[in-house]
Write a protein that binds this ligand. Sequence first.
Ligand SMILES: [Ca+2]
Ligand SMILES: [Ca+2]
Length: 376
Amino acid sequence: MQLRKSLFGLIVLVLILAACGGDDPTPEVTDTIEAAVDTPVPTEAPEETPTQAPEPTTTPEPVEEAPDETDESDPVSSEPTDSRFPAAELINDEGGSVSITGEVTYSNPFFTLGVAEPVVILEDQAGFVDRNEHFLMPLASQTLGQITTDFFTSPFEYSVALPIEPQGTLRDVDNDDQENTGVQVFAIAYWTNTFGDPFLEERDLSGGGWSTAYASTEVSDDAETEREIVGGSFLIFAPDGQQGFPSGFGEDGLLFTEDDPIVQVPAGYTIVNLDSAPFTFDRASNPVIDLIEPESTALVDYSDLSYSEAFEGFVEQLKKEYAFTEYKELDWDALLEEFLPRFEAAEASDSNEAYRRALRDFSWRIPDGHVSGPQV
Ligand SMILES: [Ca+2]
Ligand SMILES: [Ca+2]
């Protein structure tokens, strides 16, 4: 019975809707049905009293009332529209990273030496955000990537499939004096795992902190701003669309400090490229990020020079970079003067062996167990 009543109401509704033409009826369906059901039934009337029947004035009334109904479930007005910061300008807006691939180039011959288990991971950057060199990135934050080509041949390739919800450390970096959920900030970084399980523990991490080489980030090698991240890229994850992130270093040139300009970042993963001003916010689904070998770590290659030129270049580098010159009372100019003739002689006679002997003898004059020359 109830069903028939409803059906009848629906038929009446259809007639009403047809009569009302172009008006938008969608939000008021249920209200109109109820209103229509309560209206007098017109079909029986014409049979008994045909003369009164043509008065249809009561029927159209619900149509006029219907559009004025207040609707609390309007999907447009209930959407969050408040912006706490200017929106980040996005490039490659494909919804955010799903997986990342890239290359790791190394020229330093020590790179592969003593490596137990090479890994590429998402490296939690809360240590850098806090400037805490003892920060141990939580085990759960360490999403492991795959090394997909021969590790012993540079460059090697890696890939990381990103979890739907990463387990990094949230940091509120928007400088607005309010506590907010914040974002997870990651670098993609190469490490070697030596101890314990497949993840990085305190001993693997040399006590904690953040990567300074072979990561997606680039750190300063200026003594005054040593270990500051000054370039490269982060992978960030925002749990919702209401979080802020720096779009630049600000006046002080340092990241995650109070003068950073802030933009609102979309929910999910975004690659933040720190090398552009303002920073670039990349939402590509499969970004390619090559890890960075810092200049200070890369091999200084003298192989294009002659023996004597290479030796002079090498002594020049030692004068600039060797840390214990004063402590060990080394006189580089005197050593250069003493040894240069041997390198020139090796060059004149095109003798590789004489060159290697000269280099070996020179290395013996540096009283440091970490310095050694060719074994000849
Ligand atoms: Ca905040
Ligand atoms: Ca700053």
